[in-house]
Design a protein around this ligand. Sequence first.
Ligand code: SF4
Ligand code: SF4
Length: 382
Amino acid sequence: MDSKAGVLRLEADRLSDLFGALQEAGFEIVGPTVRDGAILYDRIEKVSELPRGWTDEQQPGHYRLKRRNDDALFGFVVGPFSAKRFLHPPHERLFSATKTPDGGVQFEATDSETPRFAFLGLRACELSAVAIQDQVFLHQDYVDPIYAARRNEALFVAVECTVSGAACFCTSMNTGPEVTDGFDIALTEVVSDEEHYFLVRTGSDRGRTIVDTLQLNAAEDSETKAGQKRVAAARESIGRRLETDGIKELFYRNQEHSIWQDVARRCLACGNCTMVCPTCFCTTVEDVTDLGGAFAARDRRWDSCFSLDFTYANGGQARSSGASRYRQWITHKLASWHDQFDRSGCVGCGRCITWCPVGIDITEESAKLRAGEAPGVTRNEQ
Ligand code: SF4
Ligand code: SF4
């Protein structure tokens, strides 16, 4: 946090004023809330829906909610949902066709109203993931109209991490925990026995307009430092690492390594890792009809490189083994993404580690591959 950048102070019991200002400006708030035993992003209307006093415990293949010993509203890291679920929804109807009484067919493009989301609580790594999806959906030859419409309306109220999770490795990917760009408003929560407040910064004119309505006072230097200290402590506490030096070449050199067979013995090819990943973007289209033959529609839904049908073409699958599917996923994330988009496809959020039912860990598999290149380690052909 840059203490010279006009940091303001918002009392925690006035967070409802920020909710009001966002709603007054026509935004639907999407923020963290406790649902189904996890902290998920969902549409929320009141501060009371935030996970006050909750934190998350994460390990490979493990997620549990736990009580904190304070009233922190953002004292956890990231859950299974990300902004992707709202900007690039899991299921969208593209168009439909209905038989008319005179035997013709009427086509209808889906023209639903574009929601105006204010994302509350996105972390630094999640803002990086949005920037990656922007690159995929907005800055290539083809602009995705569904994503573009939602993204253009979206406002981001980010929150800096003051705790880290055991699956986090944003520091290896240079994506966090400090919120430095891609935000309209950034909050840092300071909670102690004596006080509970937020440090507030703005990163865009839209964010400034909202914050101006709150008429906040400037934060004291000591208050700003208290926030910085908490974010620095979160940075220090991140124990997981991904060595990124020469990582593209590492994966390209090892397409036939025995590690892929080893992962395939554990991997269920369930695709969870791709569903929870905030940067994975693949979709498929499917046509649906009613039984009477009077209605048909084309839908788009998220797909996964772990599904057998994903590479089906001309009567066969290009990647029929589990080994080749896992290799494809991790190689795309950490290596070929660099060729395609000039950066890594991973922001170090750790979701694929936590939500893999068998605890397969992208950092560990990558480290094993690196170690496997050491003299004396054998390689197999697949
Ligand atoms: S690959 Fe895993 S750690 Fe990296 S961005 Fe995707 S879910 Fe997060
Ligand atoms: S790595 Fe884990 S989450 Fe991904 S497909 Fe395999 S079992 Fe499922």
